[in-house]
Design a protein around this ligand. Structure first.
Ligand code: G3P
Ligand code: MG
Length: 258
């Protein structure tokens, strides 16, 4: 990972509070607002293309309906992924990871790619999603610009086995393992992404002692941002990167990653 300014501002699904989540317009807006990194969610389409969408189904964030895995990429690209949020975003498409990485190559944006558990395949085929992501990033010379994350530790174990050493992170939800530091240490993660309401200062200190950064999600109020940065987090994942950039300005300083 290149030299970074901490605490990082990571735009959750782009700039989700003001733009349709997980679309290129949302990613552009997050970068324009000063986000250091964009978080997005990926899974497979029916024809095993890596697509950017949060839910298992299309109903909430597109003009389509039903499970994502039942639609080919061609079918997914007929859908509108912006109008549900506001008419101004009508015509926005559900992105592929490929085109999102092209956007990252053009803008220098760093991307936190969250692999959804819906894409988990216990037999790990040659074209498993975690391998496809790494291959795509290498092809575009972007391996240093991506951080792969998941709630599913199996993806991280598979990434650890690759020779190319992509950076990856474990996400935990409203409950977390009691031995979370040991879990993260064993997985050799770059960072831990906890639900912010579960985070306690001793967890942060223990992670830091283990050389692991802490990026809680989803942190959307000035009070929570100040509370967490005072506790020592290394970045926050937020729906409102503009707010976070302004709240974090007094705390930010350059720190190299070794
Ligand atoms: O990556 C942090 C956060 O995005 C995990 O939860 O459901 O918003 O993808 P979710
Ligand atoms: Mg996510």
């Amino acid at each position: 990972m290149q030299r970074l300014i901490f605490p990082l501002v990571i735009g959750h699904r782009g700039f989700r509070s003001q733009f349709p989540e997980n679309t290129l317009v949302s990613f552009s807006a997050a970068i324009a607002a000063g986000a250091d990194m964009i978080e997005l969610d990926v899974t497979f389409s029916k024809d095993r293309k890596v697509v950017v969408v949060h839910d298992d189904t299309l109903d909430r964030t597109t003009s389509g309906s039903g499970p994502v895995y039942k639609m080919t990429l061609h079918e997914l690209r007929q859908l509108d992924a912006g109008k549900w949020f506001d008419d101004r975003f009508s015509g926005e498409l559900l992105p592929t990871l490929e085109e999102t990485l092209a956007f990252a190559a053009d803008t220098g944006a760093r991307i936190n790619i969250e692999i959804k558990s819906s894409a988990w395949e216990p037999n790990t085929p040659e074209d498993a999603i975690e391998r496809r992501i790494v291959d795509m990033a290498i092809q575009k010379h972007l391996l240093e610009n991506i951080l792969i994350s998941s709630f599913q530790p199996g993806f991280l174990e598979n990434l650890a086995a690759l020779q190319l050493h992509p950076e990856y992170a474990l996400i935990t939800g409203r409950t977390k393992p009691h031995d979370i530091v040991d879990v993260c240490t064993r997985l050799k993660v770059f960072s831990w992404h906890p639900h912010h309401e579960t985070l306690k200062q001793p967890d942060i200190e223990a992670m830091h002692q283990a050389g692991i950064r802490v990026f809680p999600y989803t942190v959307n109020t000035p009070e929570d941002i100040h509370r967490l940065v005072t506790m020592g987090v290394d970045g926050i994942i937020t729906d409102d990167p503009a707010l976070a950039v302004s709240c974090l300005a007094p705390y930010r300083h350059a720190r190299s990653i070794s």
